[in-house]
Design a protein around this ligand. Sequence first.
Ligand SMILES: [Zn+2]
Length: 64
Amino acid sequence: MDEEFLSKILACPACDERPSLVKTNDGWKCEVCQRVYPVIDGIPHLIIKEGLTPSPDQQTQESI
Ligand SMILES: [Zn+2]
């Protein structure tokens, strides 16, 4: 599937402003809420509960 086309039509369903998503190695990432939506069989799954949120544990580890 054409990633350039997808980058124009994809928008984060979790953010009110519907920001466009950025393709990463892990999937499509929203730079506003930092969710990453997985690509399954070449199709981006823009489901909020499947989006990966940054783990609070990572921030805790950095501060220790
Ligand atoms: Zn978002």
